[in-house]
Design a protein around this ligand. Structure first.
Ligand SMILES: [Mg+2]
Length: 215
């Protein structure tokens, strides 16, 4: 049954599924980064998500806030991945998590707040903007969609599904961008025709959150 909002134990379970999905996607993410960058994205994400899985498993679901669940994921990625992806994905979840501190449930409004603040953190830390062919090209349309869904008062499972679709569309559209920042910026026009690996990770994360929320 589609969920109306997630409590803290459910948020922890959802994030554990996110970790598992990214770990399983390592070959795809490695190939995506190898096509345009140095090829380390898949193993880096796998390392961060493996560490996060352990940290999330050690949380007490009954006494953990939803903010702490997200920031635990972010901190684990930051401290174990290294490189730009560790800092940027870590910032997304740490800052996004902090933004929803005090809320007992993760619903459409919290999804929008988390993505809005997380996106701002990633943009200020990394310096990329939409269209530069980075993770922002999946994250920005997803955050915009989440704000729209929150303004419309959409039910959570529907909203997060629409947000995941916006992230996937952004990932796909990143194929047609010429990189001006990030892993492929030195390739110029040669970066055309492939999606950004970070945008692929964002799309997988959001789709996994949506699938968890739909069941
Ligand atoms: Mg790389």
């Amino acid at each position: 049954m589609p969920k109306t909002a997630l409590d803290a134990p459910q948020v922890i379970s959802m994030l554990q599924e996110v970790c598992q999905a990214i770990i399983a996607a390592e070959p795809l993410l490695t190939d995506a980064d190898r096509a345009l960058g140095d090829g380390d994205h898949g193993l880096g994400m796998q390392r961060g998500m493996t560490a996060a899985l352990e940290k999330l498993g050690a949380l007490d679901p009954e006494s953990t806030g939803i903010d702490k669940a997200f920031s635990t994921l972010g901190m684990a990625m930051m401290s174990t991945m290294g490189g730009a992806s560790g800092a940027l994905f870590g910032t997304l979840f740490r800052n996004g998590g902090k933004a929803i501190a005090g809320n007992s449930h993760f619903g459409t409004a919290e999804l929008a707040e988390l993505l809005k603040v997380g996106l701002e953190g990633v943009m200020s830390r990394g310096g990329a903007k939409p269209g530069d062919k980075t993770m922002i090209d999946a994250l920005h349309p997803a955050a915009e969609k989440a704000l729209e869904e929150a303004a419309a008062g959409s039910p959570f499972a529907e909203a997060i599904n629409a947000v995941a679709a916006a992230g996937e569309a952004g990932r796909d559209a990143s194929e047609n961008l010429i990189a001006t920042m990030g892993r492929a910026k030195t390739l110029g026009e040669k970066s055309l025709g492939k999606p950004d690996a970070g945008a692929c990770s964002v799309a997988i994360i959001l789709r996994t959150m949506a699938e968890f929320s739909a069941k």
